[in-house]
Write a protein that binds this ligand. Structure first.
Ligand code: ZN
Length: 309
């Protein structure tokens, strides 16, 4: 039922004012036709056409039938995409693709210091690359777009902090603000690490309890840990990757107090470092589209588990 599954229109574009005159006009026409119908076959035909036009407005899932010259039933009219129903219906998830492929060309801008409450820190960083030059920022955006698709299919409203639609950034304080202003039920910042070869595996970074300036994570420490644990477990299951062998004591979980994106968040939030781009075996996974799909699925499954789906 396309009509009932359609998302509610934005408040600024309520259909009521524009629909009502049409409906009123049609009702008047139907009444007029009905009065003539007993004696007039042409009236009956007209009534059928009007009824068919009513269905074509979206009260029936059948595709509209082209009648030639009536734009209201043109099969080429763009359909309103149906919002998926699922365990995340009514939930908002913000995905933060780490870094930006343009950051390498905008070092002056991303080196600006911003206030993260507990300290001042660079606006953003370039991120790492594999030894063959595949950029972390390409990886994070690709996984984020895949993750958005999976989450939207589960009914979530998804907001990305950027999607290659700006030359650099956003700054880490803006990334946090986007999650806060969206009142996100969960926020995930997607990354891959760049440490020495032989260091392998994923880890999820949880916010430490910090307070200073605009930073106060007391309310998000506990739910963020639950979110992170869910993501870590599901990521391991879908990708087959092991928890990082170079930090986190084999748990795949690390607590940090120096990340502006976490310190400034008021919503449950974690980072995930999906693997080590500087290790050849991890890089072989990170550069595989099939593996990235598994990574996105694992993160999504973790979010669904956290949100009680
Ligand atoms: Zn990163």
């Amino acid at each position: 039922m396309r009509y009932h599954d359609s998302p509610p229109p934005p408040e600024s574009a309520s259909p009521i004012p524009s629909d009502r005159p049409w409906f009123t006009r049609r009702s008047t026409l139907v009444v007029a036709v009905a009065a003539l119908a007993p004696a007039c076959l042409a009236g009956w035909v007209l009534a059928q056409v009007l009824t068919g036009a009513g269905r074509a407005e979206g009260h029936d899932a059948k595709p509209p039938v082209a009648t030639g010259g009536n734009p209201a039933v043109s099969p080429s009219a763009p359909a309103i995409p149906a919002a998926a129903k699922g365990p995340l219906t009514g939930r908002t998830v913000v995905i933060d693709p780490g870094h930006n492929t343009g950051n390498f060309q905008h070092t002056d801008e991303i080196d600006q210091q911003v206030d993260i409450g507990t300290a001042r820190k660079e606006c953003d960083t370039t991120g790492t690359t594999t030894n063959s030059g595949y950029m972390e920022a390409e990886f994070t955006l690709d996984v984020s777009l895949r993750l958005r698709t999976v989450l939207e299919a589960q009914g979530a409203k998804v907001v990305l902090t950027h999607e290659a639609d700006r030359p650099w950034g956003p700054c880490i304080n803006e990334r946090a603000r986007i999650g806060n202003e969206a009142k996100a039920d969960a926020v995930v910042s997607v990354h891959a690490d760049g440490v020495s070869a032989g260091s392998r595996g994923y880890h999820v970074i949880l916010p430490a309890k910090v307070k200073g300036g605009a930073a106060d994570t007391a309310a998000i420490v506990e739910p963020s840990r639950r979110l992170g644990e869910r993501i870590a477990g599901n990521f391991a299951r879908t990708t087959g990757s092991a928890p990082a062998n170079y930090l986190g004591s084999g748990t795949g979980l690390v607590v940090r107090d120096d990340l502006g994106g976490l310190n400034l968040s008021t919503q449950p939030k974690v980072f995930i470092e999906c693997g080590n781009m500087r290790d050849a075996k991890d890089a072989a996974q990170l550069t595989s589209p099939e593996w990235r799909q598994k990574a996105a699925q694992g993160i999504a499954d973790g979010i669904v588990g956290f949100l009680g789906g």
